[in-house]
Design a protein around this ligand. Structure first.
Ligand code: ATP
Ligand code: MG
Length: 758
């Protein structure tokens, strides 16, 4: 093959670094090699492109091994003034053509992507000049008449249109929630007020979601300045009332770009002074700063970036000189493509609107879920419920859990209780799931009884897998009548859905069951119908990924293969996603089962790999992938056959997967879904035939499905939904994990079009 036949692709990271960039680089390199392209890393962003030389390096399959768990970007990033000049870009074009690179994947913010677009537009002119100067031959120039580019957004701020999440934003939220949780505990010990400043010059995303996830008491963001000039008084009143109601700490989160209606900056120090003066108590400022950028990427940032990188290569592989430059992002839980510059312009429009004090437009441009989150937060931070409006229907609503514990259950209860109280309802907490409903173990929950629950793992109300049957149903009917329960809110997993369906079906026999019933998906297994994601799964995934990082580190010195067993029951979601996020070379799923010939093939791959110098192997097995080929069996088999070449260890992760404080994503979604469930119960109560439903996230939107349809939507025998969107990601995991393809080896090439939040 001559140089001209092989497609050559360059990848660079530019602007501020963001956790997850490495996963994107790894995916780009491996997907490109898989497609038969040559791939070059351009080190130090545009600076490396201008400098050329060894800053532009051809990448191999193994060169990107073991980088996914690292923060920042291993290929470096920079801000480069020279690239802003035409002379700089001329030099950059020459350096790319030396390697005959005419396709670029740029991972950066709005600036980097604008630079890439300008470079692309100038390309023909730059080439003509280089030919004229004799620096590039006519033939080379003729072979690369156009530069083809694809952009991915790397930025912790989540400030770009065209993608719901930018690479790094989820990890930054993790850092913020960890820090705020930690500060809350010390603040509570001393009854102090803390003002916490988070990043975000023109974008309040991190501040708003951070506040929602941690149960902070007040938030100041650029898009929504306080709506009155006496906001100081209102804020102090609220904090004071909180103290009187029994709160021990007060947390105010300030985005670095916060401002008032007139556009005057509101600094964290200003807020601190104001609080100290008016409240007469100790107030401290913590500026989180670069901590937010640092550290290992979250599971989501690893998987999303991997899917984005894969899709970017797919796009460039089929690009032609007149293809429009695209931005690859994730919208509504699917990988999407949008015109690059339209996205950049839309993002800038928000900044422009803020600068022009047109805040209504700014928040409108941010989209519906941003506003939804802001409205929910405004209610949740109130110390005490609003006084009841005249004519408002006041209901008695019961909240309970069912199924295994899932991080985020408490968060959902807190939101349900406060939003319910805010509407004038009485909120009843049922202890220990359906057993509590049978026994009448119920107490009213007031506003402060759920204080601090936003960030708490476990399930304070208790949960059980009890699915009521027989005489239980009479007992439940009695409790419902005795307690005058007018709506049932079940936050839980598989057995909760079964129980709800049973009550729903028995409505003719038990008139008491003729009340609205709603289920909110909370299960680490992500095995519930009607929702692409269930609450708790993201936390479990992060738990798994963190432990696997440690397991991998423990093996630096020896040649070792780990067989890691993860939970999920008959659903392979956790296994597949953790394999994508850790770069495991093999994943065993219950959906596929395990065959002896699979194990033989995997073993021979392992032997090959270790013979070629590989030092670490990682296989992930779902706990019920096979009844016969257990984790122990597979480990023993590999150990025996690995002989002196490698040793094998098994790691059964167990219950640590269910524990821990909920991740920011689980907290935010739990809050969002709980709010909608309270709306549902409020709207349905009192109708002659009450509805039973389960809520969920489908393609990024909140959807309700009728309990009527439950049997149709599930595979009862395997206790999982019939349709599982993430199954289509399997081939991508396979492509990226297998060792460098040798020539002549063919395998199916998956499409990345319909991928998702992982
Ligand atoms: P972030 O703001 O998230 O940190 P960014 O990509 O917006 O990331 P910038 O500093 O704006 O960061 O841009 C990074 C680099 O991209 C610049 O140093 C410069 O080399 C190049 N660049 C930015 N804007 C342009 C432009 N208009 N023309 C040419 N190059 C540009
Ligand atoms: Mg920028």
């Amino acid at each position: 093959m001559t140089a001209s036949d092989t497609t050559r692709l360059g990848i660079l990271t530019s602007g501020g670094d963001a956790p997850g960039m490495n996963a994107a680089v790894r995916a780009v390199v491996r997907a490109a090699l898989d497609q038969g392209m040559d791939v070059y890393a351009i080190y130090e962003g545009y600076q490396g492109m201008v400098d050329g030389g060894d800053r532009i390096r051809k990448m191999s399959w193994n060169a990107v091994g073991g980088i996914m768990q690292r923060g920042g970007t291993v290929i470096g990033t920079a801000r480069c003034a020279t690239f802003r000049t035409r002379a700089g870009r001329l030099q950059a074009a020459r350096n790319l053509l030396q390697h005959e690179i005419d396709r670029l994947i740029v991972i950066g913010g709005d600036g980097s992507l604008t630079g890439a677009d300008l470079f692309r537009r100038e390309w023909p002119g730059l080439l003509a000049e280089l030919v004229e100067r004799g620096e590039v031959s006519q033939a080379v120039a003729a072979r690369h008449p156009q530069l083809m580019i694809v952009g991915l957004v790397g930025s912790i701020d989540n400030d770009m249109a065209g993608t719901d999440m930018t690479i790094g934003a989820d990890t930054a939220l993790h850092r913020i929630t960890q820090a705020v949780d930690a500060i809350s505990s010390t603040a509570a010990s001393h009854q102090r007020t803390f003002v916490i400043e988070v990043m975000g010059r023109n974008c309040g995303y991190l501040a708003l979601m951070g506040a929602l996830a941690t149960g902070a008491d007040w938030v100041l963001i650029p898009e929504c300045p306080p709506d009155t000039d006496d906001w100081h008084d209102r804020m102090c009143q609220m904090l004071r009332a909180g103290r009187q109601a029994g709160r021990r700490d007060s947390i105010v989160i300030v985005a670095e770009g916060a401002r008032d209606r007139q556009g005057n900056p509101i600094s964290s120090e200003y807020v601190r002074q104001m609080l100290e003066e008016r409240l007469g108590e100790d107030a401290r400022v913590t500026i989180l700063g670069h901590v937010q950028r640092g550290g290992a990427p979250s599971a989501f940032d690893r998987t999303m970036s991997t899917l984005l990188g894969y899709a970017a290569v797919e796009e460039l592989a089929s690009a032609t000189p007149d293809s429009e430059p695209l931005l690859i992002g994730m919208r509504n839980n699917r990988i999407t493509r949008a015109p690059l510059m339209r996205c950049v312009e839309q993002s800038r429009a928000v900044a422009d609107a803020i600068a022009a004090h047109d805040y209504d437009r700014a928040i409108e441009l941010r989209g519906g879920s941003f506003r939804e989150a802001y409205e929910a937060l405004r209610t949740l931070v109130r110390t005490l419920p609003r006084p009841y409006g005249a004519g408002q229907q006041q209901l008695r609503l019961a909240v309970l859990h069912a199924g295994g514990p899932a991080p985020g259950m408490n968060t959902a209860v807190r939101a349900a209780v406060r939003l319910g109280l805010d509407r004038g309802h009485t909120m009843l907490g049922v202890q220990n799931g359906f057993q509590g409903l049978i026994d009448g173990d119920i107490r009213a929950l007031d506003w402060m009884s759920v204080s601090g629950w936003a960030s708490m793992g476990g399930a304070e109300l208790g949960t059980s897998r009890k699915v009521p049957g027989g005489s239980d149903l009479y007992a439940i009917a009695r409790t419902i009548e005795a307690q005058h329960i007018q709506g049932l809110f079940i936050i839980g997993g598989w057995s909760g859905y079964q129980a709800a369906h049973r009550l729903y079906r028995e409505r003719d026999n038990f008139p008491a069951f003729n009340i609205p019933i709603i289920c909110l998906p909370a299960s680490i297994n992500n095995n519930l119908p009607g929702s692409e994601l269930s609450i708790g799964a993201d936390t479990a995934l992060n738990n798994i990924v963190e432990v696997i990082d440690k397991i991998k580190q423990s093996a630096v010195a020896t040649r070792r293969c780990f067989v890691v067993e993860v939970m999920g029951r008959m659903c392979g979601y956790l296994a597949l996603m953790s394999s994508l996020a850790t770069g495991a070379e093999r994943v065993y799923l219950p959906e596929e089962g395990i065959m002896l010939r699979d194990l033989e093939a995997d073993l021979s791959h392992l032997v090959d790999g270790f013979q070629q110098g590989k030092r670490l192997g990682l296989m992930i097995r779902n706990e019920q992938a096979s009844a016969v080929y257990t984790t122990e069996f597979i480990s023993a088999l590999f150990e025996e056959e690995g002989k002196d070449l490698f040793e094998v260890r098994q790691a059964i992760l167990g219950h640590l997967q269910q524990g821990g404080d909920p991740s920011p994503f689980d907290r935010i979604q739990a809050t969002r879904l709980a709010a909608r469930c309270v709306d549902f119960l409020t709207a349905e109560a009192g109708k002659t035939s009450s509805a039973g439903a389960f809520i969920g996230l489908q393609a990024g939107h909140v959807k309700f499905s009728s309990l009527e349809d439950l049997p149709r939507m599930v595979d009862e025998a395997h206790q999982r939904p019939k349709e599982q969107w993430w199954m289509e990601l399997r081939p991508i995991a396979r492509v990226l994990a297998q060792p460098a393809p040798r020539s002549g080896q063919e395998h199916d090439r998956p499409q990345a079009t319909e991928n998702a939040r992982t």
